[in-house]
Design a binder for this molecule. Sequence first.
Ligand SMILES: *Cc1c(COP(=O)(O)O)cnc(C)c1O
Length: 223
Amino acid sequence: MTAPPTAEQVGERLTVVRGEIADLGVDPHAVTIVAVTKALEVQVVVAAHDAGLIDIGENYAQELVAKAESPEVAERPDVRWHAIGRLQRNKVRLLAPYITLWQAVDRLALGTEIARRSAGARVLVQVNVSGEDQKGGCAPDEAAPLVEELRELGLSVEGLMGVASAGGGATAAAEFARLRGLVDTIGLPICSMGMSGDYREAVAEGATMLRLGTVLVGERPVR
Ligand SMILES: *Cc1c(COP(=O)(O)O)cnc(C)c1O
């Protein structure tokens, strides 16, 4: 396994990403960058935090909890954990004490459990804009009604999240444009879209939040 990146290395990569955002004519500080540390050691969370990234995304419940409870991270109480992966209802109770933003809420049953374990929690509705079955998310035309139902549960619905088809380019751009259109139609502040392979397209289409793993913290081991 390769050594985890140092805070300096993460910081250099972050500078490159922010430079690219600026080159697209967008204020880099208007875009929240979530560092995705799934499948990497807790030292990677520490390096990202020391580089100034306090928003950290994880996909797997046990892994997130183990990292959040590790002494190195407990010393950094301003870390904000984002649950970005497909989530089973039975993991909500375990995660609830740690999560700042539930990014992958794609069905009412999941929202009901989040509201039960974490009243008033901040959530994003995940929308399947690529149309691929294996990607999570509700259908685009279900997004607005789901936002409404989640609000009725007392949740703070702050935006939408989406994952584009692999490969970036025009296909991803069109999917991002669709997500941004929904965000605007519903009238929400957060548009979480764009990963390492397609964040430029996402920024160009109006992302307010990027979820970046590989470009910031390096390759993940194959699971
Ligand atoms: C893994 C993951 C990311 C980050 O992926 P990279 O390509 O490494 O930037 C972002 N969002 C979600 C939902 C993910 O599962």
